[in-house]
Design a protein around this ligand. Structure first.
Ligand code: GLU
Length: 451
C-alpha cells in the first residue's frame, strides 16, 4: 500500500484569490477527498512586504465560501507539526526556525555555501527530469546563464529565505505526497527536485495544471472579468455553480454528468484526467451553471442564500415569519437568477402594503385609469374566495376576464404591478398566494384608488 495522500494549497497572500488559485485549491481538495487523504493549507507569506492580515483573510474567506475545508494545522501560532482537525492554516512567516535548521543541514552536507552574506544552493550541473502526472516527463535544459553558474540563493543576505527553499522545505516537513499546482510553476520545479535530492529524499509526485486563459486566449490578469473569486460573490453566483464550473476547467472524465457537487464528483477525481491543454474562462458557461444549480438547489439552502442576498441589499427579513420568508423566496427559485438579482424579484414581499414602490414604466403601462375599475372588481372577487390559493386565484382571474370581455393580460399586468410594483417577477398566482389575502386586498385597493 502506498502512503496516505497529503496535498496542499500554498497561496501567497497577494490581496485577492485568483480563479486559477481557487481551481488549484479545488483540485487538491478533490484529490484529498477522493483518496481519503489530507488537504493542507499553507500561507506562503515570507515576502513581508506583501504580507497583510487582510490579504490572508481574502484567501481564507474565498476558500470558506467555496466550501474547500482544510484538514489540519498547527495548534498554536508556532511551527508545530501537523495536528489533524486543528484549524490552521500554516503560515510560513512563523516557521523561521524550521528554515534555519534546514539551511544548516544543507550547509553541513556541503550542498550550500555562503557568499556575499547570502546562502547559495550548489545546484546539480546535470539536466533535471521532472516526472509530471499531467504533462509527462519534462526535461528542463539549463539556460546559458545557468550553464555558467547554476547555483541559486536559498537565503538572501537580509536573512529572508526565498520561495523555492521554503516551498520545498515545507513540502518535505509536511510530508506532501503530491504537488498539484499551476503550470506556471513548472519552470521552478527543476530547482525543487534538485533540492529534495540534496535533502536525501525523492520529490513528491507533480501534477502541473494547465493555465486558465481568457476566452480570447490571452493571459488572465487581475482586472479581467472573472479573475477574482470575490467577483463571483459580488455578482451573486452560487458557490455550487462556481465549483461545478471550475471542476470542468481543465479536468474531464468519461460519463460524468454535466451538473454535480464537489462531494458527488470527488470519488471520480483522478489526476490522470486533468487536461493538458490550457482552459479558457467563459462567463456565459458559468452563468449557465448558476442557472441550473439555482433551480436544483435544496429549498432550505436556496432560502438561506436568498436571505443573505436580501440582507446585503438592505432588506432585513428577520421580522417576518420564517414560513413566509421561505415561501416568498422559493417563488423566485425556478427563475435561476443571480443572487444579486433576487432583491428586485422579491423585495415587494417585504415592503409595507402602502409602500410598494412602483416602477414608473410599469405604472404608466399597467395602472392607467382604465384599469382601475377592473382592479377593483378583481379585488372583490379575490376577497370572496373561500380558498386563497394559486389555483383558485388563476381560475377567478380568468373567469373575470371572460366576463368582462378582456384579454387575460389586461388583468394580469395591472394586478402584478399593483402587488409588486413591477412588470416582471415570480409567477403571479403563486406570489399572490404567498402574499396572502390581506396584503393582496390592501394592495389592489391602494392601486385602484391611487390617482
Ligand atoms: N506560493 C505559490 C503561489 O502562490 C505556490 C507554490 C506551490 O503551489 O508550490 O504561486
Amino acid at each position: 500500500m502506498s502512503a496516505p495522500v497529503r496535498v496542499r494549497f500554498a497561496p501567497s497572500p497577494t490581496g485577492y484569490l485568483h480563479v486559477g488559485g481557487a481551481r488549484t485549491a479545488l483540485f487538491n481538495w478533490l484529490y484529498a477527498r477522493r483518496t481519503g487523504g489530507t488537504f493542507v493549507l499553507r500561507i506562503e507569506d515570507t515576502d513581508n512586504a506583501r504580507n497583510s492580515q487582510a490579504a490572508v483573510d481574502v484567501i481564507l474567506s474565498g476558500l470558506r465560501w467555496l466550501g474547500l475545508d482544510w484538514d489540519e494545522g498547527p495548534l498554536t501560532g508556532d511551527a508545530d507539526g501537523p495536528v489533524k482537525g486543528a484549524h490552521g492554516p500554516y503560515f510560513q512567516s512563523r516557521r523561521g526556525d524550521v528554515y534555519r535548521r534546514r539551511a544548516e543541514e544543507l550547509k553541513a552536507a556541503g550542498h550550500a555555501y555562503e557568499k556575499d552574506g547570502a546562502l547559495f544552493f550548489r545546484m546539480t550541473r546535470d539536466p533535471v527530469t521532472i516526472p509530471d502526472l499531467v504533462v509527462g516527463d519534462v526535461v528542463r535544459p539549463l539556460t546559458d546563464r545557468e550553464v555558467l553558474d547554476p547555483d541559486w540563493v536559498l537565503v538572501r543576505s537580509d536573512g529572508v529565505p526565498v520561495f523555492h527553499f521554503v516551498n520545498v522545505v515545507d513540502d518535505l516537513e509536511m510530508g506532501i505526497t503530491h504537488v498539484i499546482r499551476g503550470e506556471d510553476h513548472l519552470s521552478n520545479t527543476a530547482k525543487h527536485v534538485a533540492l529534495f535530492r540534496a535533502f536525501g529524499v525523492e520529490p513528491p509526485k507533480y501534477a502541473h495544471i494547465p493555465l486558465i486563459l481568457n476566452l480570447d486566449g490571452s493571459k488572465m490578469s487581475k482586472r479581467d472579468q472573472g479573475a477574482s473569486v470575490q467577483s463571483y460573490v459580488d455578482e451573486g453566483y452560487l458557490p455550487e455553480a462556481v465549483i461545478n464550473y471550475l471542476s470542468l476547467l481543465g479536468w474531464s472524465a468519461k460519463d460524468v454528468p454535466e451538473l454535480f457537487t464537489k462531494e458527488e464528483i470527488a470519488p471520480r477525481f483522478e489526476l490522470a484526467d486533468i487536461n493538458r491543454a490550457n482552459a479558457r474562462f467563459d462567463l456565459k458557461k458559468l452563468e449557465h451553471f448558476h442557472f441550473e444549480h439555482a433551480r436544483r438547489l435544496a429549498p432550505d439552502r436556496f432560502v438561506q442564500a436568498g436571505v443573505e442576498a436580501l440582507l446585503k441589499a438592505g432588506i432585513d427579513t428577520s421580522a417576518f415569519p420564517p414560513g413566509y420568508v421561505s415561501a416568498a423566496l422559493l417563488t423566485a427559485q425556478e427563475k435561476g437568477k443571480l443572487l444579486k438579482e433576487l432583491p428586485t424579484w422579491t423585495d415587494f414581499y417585504f415592503a409595507a402594503d402602502d409602500a410598494v414602490v412602483f416602477d414608473p414604466e410599469a405604472k404608466a403601462k399597467a395602472l392607467a385609469p382604465v384599469a382601475m375599475p377592473v382592479l377593483q372588481k378583481l379585488g372583490e372577487r379575490f376577497a370572496a374566495l373561500p380558498q386563497f390559493d394559486a389555483v383558485s386565484l388563476e381560475a377567478t382571474l380568468k373567469a373575470l376576464a371572460i366576463e368582462l370581455g378582456v384579454k387575460v393580460g389586461a388583468l394580469v399586468q395591472p394586478c402584478r404591478v399593483a402587488c409588486t410594483g413591477r412588470l416582471v417577477g415570480p409567477s403571479l398566482y403563486h406570489l399572490l398566494e404567498v402574499l396572502g389575502r390581506e396584503k393582496v386586498a390592501r394592495r389592489l385597493e391602494r392601486a385602484s384608488t391611487a390617482g
